[in-house]
Design a protein. Structure first.
Lengths: 136, 90
């Protein structure tokens, strides 16, 4: 189960809406060992595409080094789907390289209603998990 | 040339859980061969058909090796090689 503060969910949705129709992506870092997302880090989608996303490699190195220095890990890795449901695509599964992360998908295909769902992706296997939103 | 290589979580099964390991080489290709000698299985996770796998980013110090010769990227004594999973999808 992903337990996450409402303001962090709102921040992911706002980022996804802002970049729509391109896919938006980012991470939420949290202290190692806590499984608790705390620090919202929107990333550039280097692809600037409605069907693909990729963290900019230089930005990713900088952010991953900051997390290392803070003893943080990427608790959430999120991206948006702008025309399809919030379910991992085949490409998402093939790239999933953070076995301890919650992969959050935000769908902005509906202009009003958004969809936020979370998954574990380990060794090519996708497992959906409940999302518990808590008030900050 | 002795270098330090940072290993991401997903590849630490090949290093007995170690976050950072020592390796030798004057190019990235040689460093990867040296890693493979001590941590079997790593090479196949990094290289496919003679080029770096698209699922990983490799940096020598702060430089993405894709812009520095790929597997032929030069490595000097004391350099830090960082491997990160590419975060991407559709």
């Amino acid at each position: 189960m992903l337990v996450i503060r409402r303001d962090l969910v709102d921040a992911m949705v706002a980022h996804a809406r802002r970049d729509h129709p391109d896919e938006a992506c980012g991470v939420i870092a949290g202290p190692a060992g806590t499984d608790s997302p705390e620090r919202f880090i929107p990333m550039d989608n280097a692809e600037r595409s409605p069907t693909f996303y990729r963290f900019d490699a230089a930005e990713q190195l900088k952010v991953w080094r900051e997390m290392d220095a803070n003893d943080e890990v990427p608790v959430v890795v999120y991206h948006s789907h702008t025309a399809t449901e919030a379910y991992p695509s085949r490409t998402d599964v093939s790239f999933a390289g953070e076995p301890d992360a919650h992969y959050v998908l935000v769908s902005t295909r509906d202009p009003v209603e958004h969809e936020v769902r979370s998954y574990r992706i380990v060794d090519g296997v996708v497992t959906e998990e409940p999302v518990k939103i808590i008030e900050p | 040339m002795a270098v330090t290589v940072s290993i991401p979580t997903i590849l630490r099964t090949h290093t007995g859980g170690e976050k950072s390991v020592a390796a030798e080489g004057s190019t990235l290709a040689e460093v990867i061969e040296s890693l493979e000698t001590n941590h079997g299985g790593l090479k196949a996770r990094l290289v496919k058909e003679g080029v770096l796998h698209r699922f990983v980013n490799v940096y020598v110090n702060d430089e993405d090796v894709r812009f520095a010769g790929g597997l032929e990227a030069a490595v000097k004594d004391g350099d830090n090689v960082t491997i990160l999973p590419a975060v991407a999808g559709g």
